[in-house]
Write a protein of this length. Structure first.
Length: 89
């Protein structure tokens, strides 16, 4: 399986939870009275997200995206004669 890169170029602003989640005693579902936990804003540029947070006086942290290390393989590599390790299925 391969993971795609769709929507990976966006910057996301998410709010920190203001209160802990609680478990409903009857149904066992988790819930919270924190409505900002449902808000998720996306921006095309990092600078736009930072400017929005500063304009609305929202404390923020910027997490840079991690570099993705890809190993390119072909399906045919599973059946190579020189394959290291045994084929298990």
């Amino acid at each position: 399986m391969q993971s795609g890169q769709a929507n990976a170029k966006e910057w996301v602003l998410e709010f920190e939870p203001e209160e802990a989640r609680r478990i409903d005693p009857l149904m066992g579902w988790t819930g919270s009275g924190d409505m900002q936990g449902q808000v998720r804003l996306t921006f095309d540029q990092r600078e736009e997200a930072v400017a929005y947070a500063e304009r609305h006086r929202i404390a923020f942290q910027v997490f840079e995206p991690k570099e993705i290390k890809r190993s390119v393989r072909a399906y045919a590599d599973n059946f190579k004669y020189t394959r290291k390790g045994q084929w298990t299925h």
